[in-house]
Design a protein around this ligand. Structure first.
Ligand code: FBP
Length: 546
Protein backbone atom coordinates (compact mmCIF):
# COMPACT_ATOMS: atom_id res chain seq x y z
CA UNK A 1 0.00 0.00 0.00
CA UNK A 2 2.77 2.42 0.96
CA UNK A 3 4.61 1.76 -2.30
CA UNK A 4 1.57 2.07 -4.52
CA UNK A 5 0.25 5.12 -2.71
CA UNK A 6 3.62 6.87 -3.13
CA UNK A 7 3.02 6.78 -6.86
CA UNK A 8 -0.34 8.55 -6.66
CA UNK A 9 -0.14 11.77 -8.67
CA UNK A 10 -2.27 14.39 -6.93
CA UNK A 11 -4.65 16.17 -9.27
CA UNK A 12 -4.04 19.89 -9.85
CA UNK A 13 -6.60 22.56 -10.76
CA UNK A 14 -6.51 23.19 -14.51
CA UNK A 15 -5.00 26.66 -14.14
CA UNK A 16 -2.05 25.35 -12.16
CA UNK A 17 -1.27 22.83 -14.89
CA UNK A 18 -0.18 25.81 -17.01
CA UNK A 19 1.97 28.90 -16.63
CA UNK A 20 -0.06 31.37 -14.62
CA UNK A 21 -0.47 35.11 -14.33
CA UNK A 22 -2.15 37.09 -11.59
CA UNK A 23 -5.63 38.56 -11.91
CA UNK A 24 -6.06 41.20 -9.21
CA UNK A 25 -9.36 41.86 -7.47
CA UNK A 26 -10.40 44.96 -5.58
CA UNK A 27 -8.72 46.23 -2.44
CA UNK A 28 -9.88 44.37 0.67
CA UNK A 29 -10.86 45.14 4.26
CA UNK A 30 -10.56 43.10 7.44
CA UNK A 31 -13.73 41.28 8.55
CA UNK A 32 -14.06 43.66 11.52
CA UNK A 33 -12.17 46.37 13.43
CA UNK A 34 -10.87 47.84 10.14
CA UNK A 35 -9.30 50.94 11.64
CA UNK A 36 -7.27 49.11 14.30
CA UNK A 37 -6.08 46.38 11.92
CA UNK A 38 -5.09 48.93 9.27
CA UNK A 39 -3.06 50.81 11.88
CA UNK A 40 -1.27 47.62 12.92
CA UNK A 41 -0.58 46.49 9.33
CA UNK A 42 0.13 49.73 7.42
CA UNK A 43 2.17 47.91 4.74
CA UNK A 44 0.08 44.79 4.16
CA UNK A 45 -3.48 45.96 4.85
CA UNK A 46 -6.02 46.31 2.06
CA UNK A 47 -4.17 44.18 -0.52
CA UNK A 48 -6.37 42.73 -3.28
CA UNK A 49 -7.55 39.12 -3.51
CA UNK A 50 -5.66 37.50 -6.36
CA UNK A 51 -6.68 34.68 -8.67
CA UNK A 52 -4.44 32.85 -11.11
CA UNK A 53 -5.29 32.53 -14.77
CA UNK A 54 -3.55 30.75 -17.59
CA UNK A 55 -0.75 32.67 -19.30
CA UNK A 56 0.99 31.89 -22.61
CA UNK A 57 4.44 32.94 -21.37
CA UNK A 58 7.03 30.20 -20.77
CA UNK A 59 6.88 28.81 -17.23
CA UNK A 60 10.61 28.97 -16.52
CA UNK A 61 11.97 31.99 -14.64
CA UNK A 62 15.53 33.14 -15.27
CA UNK A 63 16.73 33.35 -11.68
CA UNK A 64 16.50 30.37 -9.30
CA UNK A 65 15.13 31.23 -5.86
CA UNK A 66 15.17 29.60 -2.43
CA UNK A 67 12.17 29.00 -0.17
CA UNK A 68 11.95 28.07 3.53
CA UNK A 69 9.05 26.21 5.16
CA UNK A 70 7.79 25.78 8.70
CA UNK A 71 5.23 23.20 9.84
CA UNK A 72 3.47 24.71 12.83
CA UNK A 73 1.17 23.25 15.51
CA UNK A 74 -0.72 19.97 15.52
CA UNK A 75 -0.20 17.46 12.72
CA UNK A 76 -2.82 17.29 9.96
CA UNK A 77 -3.00 14.79 7.09
CA UNK A 78 -1.58 16.25 3.90
CA UNK A 79 1.28 18.33 5.31
CA UNK A 80 3.82 16.34 3.31
CA UNK A 81 1.91 17.04 0.12
CA UNK A 82 2.01 20.78 0.79
CA UNK A 83 5.78 20.37 0.99
CA UNK A 84 5.97 18.32 -2.22
CA UNK A 85 3.64 20.79 -3.97
CA UNK A 86 5.91 23.70 -3.05
CA UNK A 87 8.94 21.69 -4.13
CA UNK A 88 7.46 20.77 -7.52
CA UNK A 89 6.22 24.34 -8.01
CA UNK A 90 9.56 26.04 -7.41
CA UNK A 91 11.42 23.41 -9.47
CA UNK A 92 8.98 23.92 -12.34
CA UNK A 93 9.85 27.61 -12.27
CA UNK A 94 13.57 26.97 -12.13
CA UNK A 95 15.32 23.63 -11.59
CA UNK A 96 18.06 25.31 -9.54
CA UNK A 97 15.64 26.67 -6.93
CA UNK A 98 16.02 25.15 -3.47
CA UNK A 99 13.70 24.26 -0.62
CA UNK A 100 14.75 24.39 3.04
CA UNK A 101 12.69 23.00 5.93
CA UNK A 102 13.08 24.44 9.43
CA UNK A 103 13.10 21.65 12.00
CA UNK A 104 10.51 21.06 14.73
CA UNK A 105 8.35 24.07 13.94
CA UNK A 106 8.97 27.80 14.40
CA UNK A 107 11.69 27.15 16.99
CA UNK A 108 13.88 25.67 14.23
CA UNK A 109 13.58 28.96 12.36
CA UNK A 110 14.63 30.96 15.43
CA UNK A 111 17.46 28.54 16.32
CA UNK A 112 18.66 28.07 12.73
CA UNK A 113 17.92 24.34 12.69
CA UNK A 114 17.12 23.36 9.13
CA UNK A 115 17.69 20.85 6.33
CA UNK A 116 17.57 21.10 2.59
CA UNK A 117 14.70 19.11 1.12
CA UNK A 118 15.90 17.39 -2.01
CA UNK A 119 14.01 15.32 -4.58
CA UNK A 120 15.33 12.13 -2.95
CA UNK A 121 13.98 13.10 0.48
CA UNK A 122 10.64 14.37 -0.78
CA UNK A 123 10.06 11.16 -2.77
CA UNK A 124 9.70 9.11 0.41
CA UNK A 125 7.04 11.40 1.85
CA UNK A 126 4.67 11.98 -1.07
CA UNK A 127 1.05 11.23 -0.17
CA UNK A 128 1.95 10.14 3.36
CA UNK A 129 0.46 11.43 6.61
CA UNK A 130 2.43 13.06 9.40
CA UNK A 131 4.78 16.00 9.65
CA UNK A 132 7.84 13.86 10.31
CA UNK A 133 9.70 15.07 7.22
CA UNK A 134 10.90 18.06 9.29
CA UNK A 135 8.80 17.83 12.47
CA UNK A 136 6.44 20.43 13.93
CA UNK A 137 6.21 22.50 17.09
CA UNK A 138 4.04 24.99 18.93
CA UNK A 139 6.48 27.86 19.55
CA UNK A 140 4.70 31.13 18.82
CA UNK A 141 6.51 33.41 16.37
CA UNK A 142 5.56 36.80 17.74
CA UNK A 143 8.49 38.89 18.95
CA UNK A 144 10.82 41.13 16.92
CA UNK A 145 13.79 39.26 18.50
CA UNK A 146 12.52 36.00 16.98
CA UNK A 147 11.85 37.69 13.63
CA UNK A 148 15.35 39.17 13.54
CA UNK A 149 17.04 35.92 14.54
CA UNK A 150 15.06 34.15 11.80
CA UNK A 151 16.01 36.82 9.29
CA UNK A 152 19.68 36.00 9.80
CA UNK A 153 19.24 32.43 8.60
CA UNK A 154 17.00 33.54 5.74
CA UNK A 155 19.75 35.88 4.58
CA UNK A 156 22.42 33.25 5.07
CA UNK A 157 20.53 30.74 2.93
CA UNK A 158 19.45 33.42 0.47
CA UNK A 159 15.80 32.55 1.11
CA UNK A 160 13.35 34.72 -0.80
CA UNK A 161 10.17 33.51 0.87
CA UNK A 162 8.99 31.68 3.96
CA UNK A 163 5.87 29.47 3.89
CA UNK A 164 4.20 28.91 7.26
CA UNK A 165 1.87 25.92 7.29
CA UNK A 166 -0.34 26.29 10.32
CA UNK A 167 -3.69 27.09 11.93
CA UNK A 168 -5.31 30.44 12.69
CA UNK A 169 -2.69 31.52 15.22
CA UNK A 170 0.29 30.52 13.05
CA UNK A 171 -1.20 32.29 10.05
CA UNK A 172 -1.86 35.36 12.18
CA UNK A 173 1.84 35.25 13.05
CA UNK A 174 2.67 34.84 9.35
CA UNK A 175 0.83 38.12 8.71
CA UNK A 176 2.68 39.86 11.55
CA UNK A 177 6.00 38.59 10.19
CA UNK A 178 5.15 39.69 6.64
CA UNK A 179 4.31 43.16 7.95
CA UNK A 180 7.48 43.30 10.04
CA UNK A 181 9.77 42.43 7.13
CA UNK A 182 7.95 44.80 4.80
CA UNK A 183 8.18 47.64 7.33
CA UNK A 184 11.88 46.93 7.72
CA UNK A 185 12.38 47.08 3.97
CA UNK A 186 13.59 43.47 3.92
CA UNK A 187 13.00 41.56 0.73
CA UNK A 188 11.49 38.38 2.23
CA UNK A 189 7.96 37.27 1.42
CA UNK A 190 5.76 35.35 3.87
CA UNK A 191 2.96 33.06 2.71
CA UNK A 192 0.54 31.05 4.91
CA UNK A 193 -1.20 27.72 4.30
CA UNK A 194 -4.45 26.76 6.08
CA UNK A 195 -3.85 23.68 8.22
CA UNK A 196 -5.78 22.10 11.12
CA UNK A 197 -7.86 18.99 11.59
CA UNK A 198 -10.15 21.14 13.78
CA UNK A 199 -11.74 22.72 10.70
CA UNK A 200 -12.01 26.11 12.38
CA UNK A 201 -9.79 28.01 9.96
CA UNK A 202 -12.33 28.64 7.23
CA UNK A 203 -14.32 31.45 5.73
CA UNK A 204 -15.71 32.55 2.40
CA UNK A 205 -12.29 32.28 0.72
CA UNK A 206 -10.73 29.41 2.62
CA UNK A 207 -13.43 26.77 2.24
CA UNK A 208 -11.77 24.29 4.59
CA UNK A 209 -8.49 23.75 6.36
CA UNK A 210 -6.53 20.74 5.20
CA UNK A 211 -6.57 17.56 7.29
CA UNK A 212 -10.17 17.97 8.47
CA UNK A 213 -11.47 15.68 5.72
CA UNK A 214 -9.08 12.80 6.45
CA UNK A 215 -9.20 13.05 10.24
CA UNK A 216 -13.02 13.01 10.24
CA UNK A 217 -13.06 10.05 7.86
CA UNK A 218 -10.72 8.09 10.15
CA UNK A 219 -12.79 8.90 13.27
CA UNK A 220 -16.01 8.10 11.43
CA UNK A 221 -14.66 4.73 10.35
CA UNK A 222 -13.86 3.84 13.96
CA UNK A 223 -17.12 5.26 15.30
CA UNK A 224 -18.93 3.17 12.67
CA UNK A 225 -17.04 0.06 13.84
CA UNK A 226 -17.94 0.81 17.45
CA UNK A 227 -21.58 1.28 16.45
CA UNK A 228 -21.59 -2.10 14.71
CA UNK A 229 -20.17 -3.65 17.87
CA UNK A 230 -22.62 -1.74 19.99
CA UNK A 231 -25.56 -2.93 17.90
CA UNK A 232 -24.26 -6.51 17.96
CA UNK A 233 -23.70 -6.89 21.70
CA UNK A 234 -26.47 -4.45 22.66
CA UNK A 235 -25.03 -3.96 26.15
CA UNK A 236 -22.96 -0.76 26.26
CA UNK A 237 -23.30 2.97 25.93
CA UNK A 238 -20.16 4.23 24.23
CA UNK A 239 -19.12 7.76 25.19
CA UNK A 240 -16.75 9.03 22.51
CA UNK A 241 -14.83 12.28 22.91
CA UNK A 242 -13.50 13.81 19.69
CA UNK A 243 -10.62 16.23 19.22
CA UNK A 244 -11.16 19.70 17.97
CA UNK A 245 -9.94 21.94 20.77
CA UNK A 246 -12.83 24.42 20.94
CA UNK A 247 -15.02 24.24 17.81
CA UNK A 248 -17.31 21.22 17.31
CA UNK A 249 -16.79 20.82 13.53
CA UNK A 250 -15.20 17.37 13.92
CA UNK A 251 -17.95 16.04 16.19
CA UNK A 252 -20.60 17.45 13.85
CA UNK A 253 -19.02 15.98 10.70
CA UNK A 254 -18.64 12.57 12.40
CA UNK A 255 -22.26 12.73 13.55
CA UNK A 256 -23.38 13.46 9.98
CA UNK A 257 -21.33 10.55 8.70
CA UNK A 258 -22.28 7.96 11.33
CA UNK A 259 -25.66 8.99 12.82
CA UNK A 260 -24.98 8.22 16.48
CA UNK A 261 -27.80 8.34 19.04
CA UNK A 262 -26.49 11.56 20.57
CA UNK A 263 -23.99 14.24 19.62
CA UNK A 264 -23.48 17.31 21.76
CA UNK A 265 -22.55 20.49 19.91
CA UNK A 266 -20.66 22.95 22.15
CA UNK A 267 -21.76 26.03 20.20
CA UNK A 268 -25.41 25.09 20.77
CA UNK A 269 -24.75 24.55 24.48
CA UNK A 270 -23.27 28.05 24.72
CA UNK A 271 -26.02 29.69 22.65
CA UNK A 272 -28.79 28.10 24.72
CA UNK A 273 -26.86 28.76 27.94
CA UNK A 274 -27.23 25.10 28.84
CA UNK A 275 -25.88 23.81 32.14
CA UNK A 276 -24.03 20.56 32.72
CA UNK A 277 -27.23 19.39 34.37
CA UNK A 278 -29.21 20.14 31.17
CA UNK A 279 -26.81 18.01 29.13
CA UNK A 280 -26.94 15.17 31.64
CA UNK A 281 -30.75 15.33 31.74
CA UNK A 282 -30.96 15.18 27.95
CA UNK A 283 -28.71 12.12 27.72
CA UNK A 284 -30.51 10.41 30.63
CA UNK A 285 -33.83 11.09 28.90
CA UNK A 286 -32.63 9.45 25.66
CA UNK A 287 -31.19 6.48 27.60
CA UNK A 288 -34.46 5.97 29.49
CA UNK A 289 -36.59 6.28 26.34
CA UNK A 290 -34.39 3.73 24.56
CA UNK A 291 -34.66 1.45 27.60
CA UNK A 292 -38.45 1.52 27.23
CA UNK A 293 -37.95 0.14 23.72
CA UNK A 294 -35.72 -2.59 25.14
CA UNK A 295 -32.46 -0.98 24.00
CA UNK A 296 -29.81 -0.57 26.66
CA UNK A 297 -27.09 0.49 24.26
CA UNK A 298 -26.11 3.54 22.29
CA UNK A 299 -23.44 5.99 21.17
CA UNK A 300 -22.77 9.51 22.41
CA UNK A 301 -20.32 11.90 20.70
CA UNK A 302 -18.77 14.66 22.81
CA UNK A 303 -16.58 17.46 21.42
CA UNK A 304 -13.27 17.98 23.17
CA UNK A 305 -13.95 21.64 24.00
CA UNK A 306 -17.42 21.17 25.51
CA UNK A 307 -16.55 22.13 29.10
CA UNK A 308 -15.49 25.63 28.13
CA UNK A 309 -18.76 26.24 26.31
CA UNK A 310 -20.95 25.44 29.33
CA UNK A 311 -21.39 28.91 30.84
CA UNK A 312 -21.65 27.68 34.45
CA UNK A 313 -18.54 25.46 34.07
CA UNK A 314 -16.65 28.33 32.52
CA UNK A 315 -17.53 30.48 35.53
CA UNK A 316 -16.41 27.75 37.91
CA UNK A 317 -13.12 27.26 36.04
CA UNK A 318 -12.44 31.01 36.11
CA UNK A 319 -13.00 31.15 39.85
CA UNK A 320 -10.90 28.01 40.38
CA UNK A 321 -8.05 29.66 38.46
CA UNK A 322 -8.17 32.61 40.86
CA UNK A 323 -8.60 30.53 44.03
CA UNK A 324 -5.79 28.15 43.09
CA UNK A 325 -3.45 31.01 42.27
CA UNK A 326 -4.21 32.83 45.51
CA UNK A 327 -3.96 29.75 47.76
CA UNK A 328 -1.48 27.73 45.70
CA UNK A 329 0.87 26.68 48.52
CA UNK A 330 -1.83 25.94 51.05
CA UNK A 331 -3.82 23.77 48.62
CA UNK A 332 -0.81 21.93 47.20
CA UNK A 333 0.20 20.51 50.58
CA UNK A 334 -3.21 18.95 51.32
CA UNK A 335 -4.40 15.37 50.88
CA UNK A 336 -7.06 14.77 48.20
CA UNK A 337 -10.21 14.99 50.36
CA UNK A 338 -8.90 17.92 52.39
CA UNK A 339 -7.90 19.71 49.20
CA UNK A 340 -11.39 19.31 47.75
CA UNK A 341 -12.95 20.63 50.97
CA UNK A 342 -10.54 23.56 51.16
CA UNK A 343 -11.06 24.61 47.54
CA UNK A 344 -14.82 24.19 48.02
CA UNK A 345 -14.74 26.50 51.04
CA UNK A 346 -13.16 29.31 48.99
CA UNK A 347 -15.74 29.21 46.19
CA UNK A 348 -18.79 31.43 45.92
CA UNK A 349 -22.04 29.52 46.69
CA UNK A 350 -23.14 28.92 43.05
CA UNK A 351 -19.73 27.61 41.99
CA UNK A 352 -19.35 25.65 45.25
CA UNK A 353 -22.58 23.80 44.54
CA UNK A 354 -21.52 22.91 40.99
CA UNK A 355 -18.06 21.85 42.21
CA UNK A 356 -19.66 19.56 44.79
CA UNK A 357 -21.90 17.95 42.19
CA UNK A 358 -18.92 16.83 40.05
CA UNK A 359 -17.55 13.29 40.32
CA UNK A 360 -14.60 13.26 42.73
CA UNK A 361 -11.98 12.35 40.08
CA UNK A 362 -13.03 15.26 37.88
CA UNK A 363 -13.15 17.74 40.78
CA UNK A 364 -9.63 16.64 41.69
CA UNK A 365 -8.47 17.00 38.09
CA UNK A 366 -9.79 20.57 38.14
CA UNK A 367 -7.66 21.37 41.18
CA UNK A 368 -4.51 19.75 39.82
CA UNK A 369 -3.67 20.20 36.16
CA UNK A 370 -2.58 23.75 35.35
CA UNK A 371 -0.83 25.11 32.30
CA UNK A 372 2.14 27.49 32.22
CA UNK A 373 -0.23 30.46 32.68
CA UNK A 374 -1.68 28.87 35.82
CA UNK A 375 -4.96 27.94 34.16
CA UNK A 376 -6.83 24.67 34.52
CA UNK A 377 -6.08 22.55 31.46
CA UNK A 378 -9.58 21.81 30.31
CA UNK A 379 -8.41 19.67 27.39
CA UNK A 380 -7.06 17.12 29.89
CA UNK A 381 -10.42 16.74 31.59
CA UNK A 382 -12.04 13.47 30.70
CA UNK A 383 -15.35 15.01 29.70
CA UNK A 384 -16.65 11.73 28.36
CA UNK A 385 -16.21 10.15 31.81
CA UNK A 386 -17.50 13.19 33.65
CA UNK A 387 -20.71 13.12 31.66
CA UNK A 388 -21.25 9.37 31.70
CA UNK A 389 -20.75 9.24 35.48
CA UNK A 390 -23.25 12.05 35.98
CA UNK A 391 -25.73 10.32 33.67
CA UNK A 392 -25.31 7.11 35.68
CA UNK A 393 -26.05 8.98 38.90
CA UNK A 394 -29.12 10.59 37.33
CA UNK A 395 -30.40 7.24 36.08
CA UNK A 396 -30.06 5.78 39.59
CA UNK A 397 -32.22 8.62 40.92
CA UNK A 398 -34.73 8.02 38.15
CA UNK A 399 -34.77 4.33 39.02
CA UNK A 400 -35.59 5.13 42.64
CA UNK A 401 -38.47 7.28 41.43
CA UNK A 402 -39.70 4.47 39.17
CA UNK A 403 -38.93 6.46 36.01
CA UNK A 404 -36.27 4.15 34.58
CA UNK A 405 -35.73 0.41 34.69
CA UNK A 406 -32.95 -0.29 32.19
CA UNK A 407 -29.28 -1.25 32.45
CA UNK A 408 -26.51 1.28 31.93
CA UNK A 409 -23.00 -0.02 31.26
CA UNK A 410 -20.43 2.27 29.64
CA UNK A 411 -17.27 2.28 27.52
CA UNK A 412 -15.16 5.38 26.94
CA UNK A 413 -13.04 6.48 23.99
CA UNK A 414 -11.09 9.53 22.94
CA UNK A 415 -10.23 9.91 19.26
CA UNK A 416 -7.73 12.52 18.15
CA UNK A 417 -4.21 11.25 17.63
CA UNK A 418 -5.58 8.26 15.68
CA UNK A 419 -6.45 10.56 12.78
CA UNK A 420 -3.97 13.42 12.79
CA UNK A 421 -1.29 11.56 10.86
CA UNK A 422 -3.37 9.25 8.67
CA UNK A 423 -2.45 9.01 4.98
CA UNK A 424 -4.40 11.88 3.41
CA UNK A 425 -7.63 11.03 1.62
CA UNK A 426 -7.59 11.76 -2.11
CA UNK A 427 -9.36 15.02 -1.31
CA UNK A 428 -6.69 16.10 1.18
CA UNK A 429 -3.85 14.71 -0.99
CA UNK A 430 -5.05 16.80 -3.96
CA UNK A 431 -6.00 19.85 -1.89
CA UNK A 432 -2.67 20.03 -0.04
CA UNK A 433 -0.59 19.44 -3.16
CA UNK A 434 -2.53 22.24 -4.87
CA UNK A 435 -2.10 24.54 -1.82
CA UNK A 436 1.67 23.97 -1.89
CA UNK A 437 2.05 24.32 -5.65
CA UNK A 438 -0.10 27.43 -5.51
CA UNK A 439 2.07 28.87 -2.69
CA UNK A 440 5.08 28.57 -5.05
CA UNK A 441 3.14 30.57 -7.67
CA UNK A 442 2.23 33.26 -5.08
CA UNK A 443 5.93 33.55 -4.25
CA UNK A 444 6.80 33.85 -7.92
CA UNK A 445 4.19 36.61 -8.22
CA UNK A 446 6.12 38.56 -5.55
CA UNK A 447 3.28 38.53 -2.99
CA UNK A 448 3.61 38.66 0.79
CA UNK A 449 1.13 38.49 3.66
CA UNK A 450 -1.11 36.17 1.64
CA UNK A 451 -2.66 32.80 2.41
CA UNK A 452 -2.59 30.17 -0.30
CA UNK A 453 -6.21 29.71 -1.34
CA UNK A 454 -7.75 26.95 -3.44
CA UNK A 455 -11.52 27.24 -3.77
CA UNK A 456 -14.56 25.67 -5.43
CA UNK A 457 -13.61 22.44 -3.68
CA UNK A 458 -16.87 20.57 -4.24
CA UNK A 459 -16.35 20.74 -8.02
CA UNK A 460 -13.99 18.34 -9.81
CA UNK A 461 -10.32 19.18 -9.05
CA UNK A 462 -9.77 20.55 -12.57
CA UNK A 463 -12.26 23.33 -11.79
CA UNK A 464 -10.76 24.39 -8.46
CA UNK A 465 -9.87 28.08 -8.31
CA UNK A 466 -6.31 28.92 -7.27
CA UNK A 467 -5.11 32.23 -5.87
CA UNK A 468 -4.25 34.11 -2.70
CA UNK A 469 -6.10 35.95 0.07
CA UNK A 470 -4.53 38.78 2.07
CA UNK A 471 -4.34 37.43 5.63
CA UNK A 472 -5.30 40.79 7.15
CA UNK A 473 -8.66 40.39 5.40
CA UNK A 474 -9.58 37.51 7.76
CA UNK A 475 -8.65 39.39 10.93
CA UNK A 476 -10.44 41.03 13.81
CA UNK A 477 -9.40 42.22 17.27
CA UNK A 478 -9.78 39.75 20.14
CA UNK A 479 -8.77 39.72 23.80
CA UNK A 480 -5.85 37.30 24.31
CA UNK A 481 -4.09 37.01 27.68
CA UNK A 482 -5.74 40.24 28.80
CA UNK A 483 -4.75 42.32 25.74
CA UNK A 484 -6.56 43.17 22.51
CA UNK A 485 -4.71 41.50 19.60
CA UNK A 486 -5.26 41.25 15.84
CA UNK A 487 -6.11 37.60 15.06
CA UNK A 488 -7.68 35.58 12.27
CA UNK A 489 -11.33 35.11 13.18
CA UNK A 490 -11.92 31.52 14.33
CA UNK A 491 -14.84 29.74 12.64
CA UNK A 492 -17.12 28.03 15.14
CA UNK A 493 -20.07 25.84 14.13
CA UNK A 494 -22.81 28.14 12.86
CA UNK A 495 -26.20 27.28 14.28
CA UNK A 496 -27.89 28.61 11.16
CA UNK A 497 -25.47 26.78 8.89
CA UNK A 498 -26.56 23.83 6.77
CA UNK A 499 -24.38 21.13 8.46
CA UNK A 500 -25.80 21.92 11.90
CA UNK A 501 -29.37 22.26 10.61
CA UNK A 502 -29.14 18.90 8.85
CA UNK A 503 -27.88 17.28 12.07
CA UNK A 504 -30.56 18.99 14.19
CA UNK A 505 -33.32 17.90 11.79
CA UNK A 506 -32.52 14.21 12.28
CA UNK A 507 -31.21 13.99 15.84
CA UNK A 508 -34.55 13.07 17.48
CA UNK A 509 -35.00 10.17 15.05
CA UNK A 510 -31.39 9.04 15.56
CA UNK A 511 -31.81 9.18 19.35
CA UNK A 512 -34.91 7.03 19.52
CA UNK A 513 -34.01 4.60 16.76
CA UNK A 514 -30.88 2.77 15.76
CA UNK A 515 -29.91 4.31 12.43
CA UNK A 516 -26.18 3.90 12.58
CA UNK A 517 -24.12 4.40 9.44
CA UNK A 518 -20.83 2.60 8.88
CA UNK A 519 -18.61 4.62 6.53
CA UNK A 520 -15.76 2.07 6.57
CA UNK A 521 -12.12 2.93 5.88
CA UNK A 522 -10.93 5.70 3.58
CA UNK A 523 -10.82 4.43 0.00
CA UNK A 524 -7.77 5.53 -1.97
CA UNK A 525 -8.44 3.59 -5.18
CA UNK A 526 -11.75 2.96 -6.89
CA UNK A 527 -14.76 4.92 -8.13
CA UNK A 528 -14.30 8.67 -7.88
CA UNK A 529 -17.67 9.22 -6.14
CA UNK A 530 -16.30 7.19 -3.23
CA UNK A 531 -12.58 8.04 -3.32
CA UNK A 532 -12.70 11.77 -4.07
CA UNK A 533 -15.79 12.69 -2.05
CA UNK A 534 -15.20 15.69 0.24
CA UNK A 535 -16.59 16.01 3.78
CA UNK A 536 -20.35 16.23 4.32
CA UNK A 537 -19.78 19.62 5.96
CA UNK A 538 -18.33 20.96 2.71
CA UNK A 539 -20.99 19.30 0.55
CA UNK A 540 -23.80 20.70 2.70
CA UNK A 541 -22.25 24.17 2.90
CA UNK A 542 -22.06 24.25 -0.90
CA UNK A 543 -25.57 22.86 -1.46
CA UNK A 544 -24.21 19.72 -3.12
CA UNK A 545 -26.32 17.49 -0.86
CA UNK A 546 -29.35 18.30 1.25
P1 FBP B 1 -3.79 22.77 15.63
O1 FBP B 1 -4.83 23.79 15.97
O2 FBP B 1 -2.42 23.23 15.90
O3 FBP B 1 -3.95 22.27 14.22
O4 FBP B 1 -4.00 21.50 16.57
C1 FBP B 1 -5.14 20.73 16.54
C2 FBP B 1 -5.22 19.73 17.68
O5 FBP B 1 -5.20 18.43 17.16
C3 FBP B 1 -6.46 19.95 18.55
O6 FBP B 1 -7.58 19.29 18.01
C4 FBP B 1 -6.04 19.41 19.88
O7 FBP B 1 -6.76 19.99 20.93
C5 FBP B 1 -4.59 19.80 19.93
O8 FBP B 1 -4.14 19.86 18.59
C6 FBP B 1 -3.73 18.86 20.73
O9 FBP B 1 -2.41 19.24 20.59
P2 FBP B 1 -1.21 18.66 21.44
O10 FBP B 1 -1.06 17.22 21.06
O11 FBP B 1 -0.05 19.50 21.07
O12 FBP B 1 -1.62 18.80 22.87
Amino acid sequence: MQRVRAEYQPKLPKTLQHTVKVKQGDATQSVADQEEIQKLFPNTYGLPIVEFEVDDAPSRVEEPFNVGIILSGGQAPGGHNVVSGIFDGIKKLNRESRLYGFLMGPQGFVDHQYMELTAGIIKDYRNTGGFDIIGSGRTKLETPEQFDKGLKILEELNIKALVIIGGDDSNTNAAVLAEYYKAKGVDVQVIGCPKTIDGDLKNKWIETSFGFDTACKVYSEVIGNIQRDCNSAKKYYHFIKLMGRSASHIALECALQTQPNICIISEEVAAKRMTLDNIVSYIAYVVSERAKLGWNFGTVLIPEGLIEFIPSMKQLINELNDVLTEHADEVASLEEMERLQKVHSYLTPVNAELFKSLPKAIALQLTLDRDSHGNVQVSLIETEKLISEMVEKRLEEMKEQGLYSGKFATQHHFFGYEGRCADPSNFDADYTYALGYNAAMLINAGLTGYMSSVRNLTAPTEEWIAGGIPITMMMNMERRHGKMKPVIQKALVELNGKPYLKFASQRETCALNTLYQYPGPIQYFGPSEICDRPSMTLLLEHDKIS
